[in-house]
Design a protein. Structure first.
Ligand code: FE2
Ligand code: FE2
Length: 419
């Protein structure tokens, strides 16, 4: 479901017209001897664009960013070259990716404007620091840093605007929680360091770049190992969680995986950003991991629990939270696990949070968990029929479940997405 509202269209057209105007205006200042620089720039951007370094699941460096940053600094005395390198190169990459035309226009113009502001900031600040204008000079380094910040903030503001205009989220929320996230910032600053180091080496000697390649590769391998360790801890957690599903007499072995599928369907219908959907999916897979600390007598009891047993059972979100929060990768997931038995009316556990005080992602999880329970056979009853599930949801709407999410879930059930 793609929602593009009028304000978003306005921004796209504004960026399109601005980029075309900048390109045309700069055309008249170019000379024939600029052609070689432009072609080299285009080749460098296109070649680097398909090189991705995945530092972690959320931290991906596309090597075109260091290259564009480096080019913006290198050509600070001839900013007019930039549109002629960036527009063709990024457009070609977007076409290769089969992006919709408006996304291609937006991405290309956003990068162009960010690069231009980076270059202008850099050249303006350079005048404050007298010669020698070598990239090893501290004044040049600080100016480059300021240029980088101009790049980062221009791009972040443009992306947050388009996301908030398109989906109706608050601009501040998108900017802080989605775009300027720690992982993204780490990737951007690393890109700047790579771009700048490239420039220093290039100014020193073209051969030093060749010498630097094995060094960069070594660093890449270190990050890759870190990523592998992270994946291993994820697999271990998910295995522990599926063992809990097997131990729990009321669940089927696929409970957590089905909760993940239902939660992902609801989150996608809500148009939540990709990173939020990933957190929800990871949380769904381990949501009952805290039951690892609940005794078999309670977990496998065929009859209903007495009040003491209930007190122990209600501890599983807290135990799950305690376990998961120790792993950096699971910190956000841990918070959702803690709240997966809260209710919209505040009568849930462990915190008794009410309404939108419960994190949205946790509300999605609660609903998916309940839906999976209704849609699977239990030792004491068969799975509910679709109309029975809809009846149950209608009863729970606004009491147990978030009313908006409930409506979305009913829609998904009717469409057969959740079954
Ligand atoms: Fe649970
Ligand atoms: Fe569950």
């Amino acid at each position: 479901m793609v929602i593009i509202r009028a304000k978003a269209w306005f921004l796209i057209w504004f960026l399109l017209i601005t980029s075309v105007a900048v390109m045309l205006m700069s055309f008249f200042t170019l000379g024939i001897d600029d052609l070689a620089s432009i072609i080299i720039g285009i080749i460098l951007i296109i070649a680097s664009d398909s090189l991705n370094i995945e530092l972690s699941k959320d931290t991906i460096i596309t090597m075109s960013l260091p290259v564009i940053y480096g080019l913006s600094l290198y050509h600070f005395q001839n900013v007019n070259l930039l549109p002629w390198m960036i527009i063709p190169a990024i457009l070609m990459s977007e076409i290769r990716r089969k992006a919709e035309w408006y996304k291609a226009v937006f991405n290309t113009s956003a990068i162009l404007i960010s690069a231009l502001l980076c270059s202008i900031t850099f050249s303006y600040l350079l005048y404050l620091f007298p010669s020698p204008q070598a990239f090893t000079n501290i004044g040049v380094l600080l100016s480059a840093l300021a240029g980088g910040l101009a790049f980062l903030f221009t791009n972040a503001i443009l992306i947050s605007s388009i996301v908030s205009f398109s989906y109706g989220y608050s601009f501040k929320d998108v900017l802080i929680n989605q775009i300027l996230k720690k992982e993204q910032l780490a990737a951007v600053f690393l890109s700047f360091i790579i771009g700048y180091t490239g420039l220093v080496l290039f100014q020193f000697s073209i051969y030093s770049i060749i010498i630097a390649i094995p060094l960069v590769y070594g660093i890449y391998l270190l990050f890759k190992r870190g990523r592998e360790l992270e994946l291993e801890s994820q697999i271990a957690m998910e295995m522990a969680a599926s063992t809990v599903d097997l131990r729990d007499a009321t669940y089927t072995s696929l409970h957590s995986k089905r909760v993940r599928d239902f939660a992902a369907a609801i989150a996608k219908a809500l148009d939540l950003p990709r990173s939020s959907i990933e957190v929800i999916e990871n949380a769904a897979l381990v949501h009952d991991i805290g039951k690892i600390g609940i005794s078999d007598i309670i977990l496998k009891k065929p009859d209903s629990l007495n009040s003491e047993e209930w007190i122990e059972m209600k501890q599983h979100p807290v135990k799950g939270h305690e376990l998961l929060k120790k792993l950096t990768k699971y910190r956000e997931v841990a918070r959702l696990v803690l709240y997966h038995h809260e209710r919209w009316d505040g009568k849930g556990y462990p915190a008794g949070l009410k309404g939108d005080k419960i994190p949205l992602e946790a509300r999605v999880l609660t609903l998916a968990d309940a839906l999976e329970a209704m849609l699977s056979d239990r030792p004491y009853r068969d799975r509910l029929t679709i109309s029975q599930v809809i009846d149950e949801l209608t009863i729970g709407e606004g009491t147990q479940f978030d009313p908006i999410l409930t409506k979305i879930a009913v829609g998904l059930i009717n469409k057969g997405v959740i079954s």
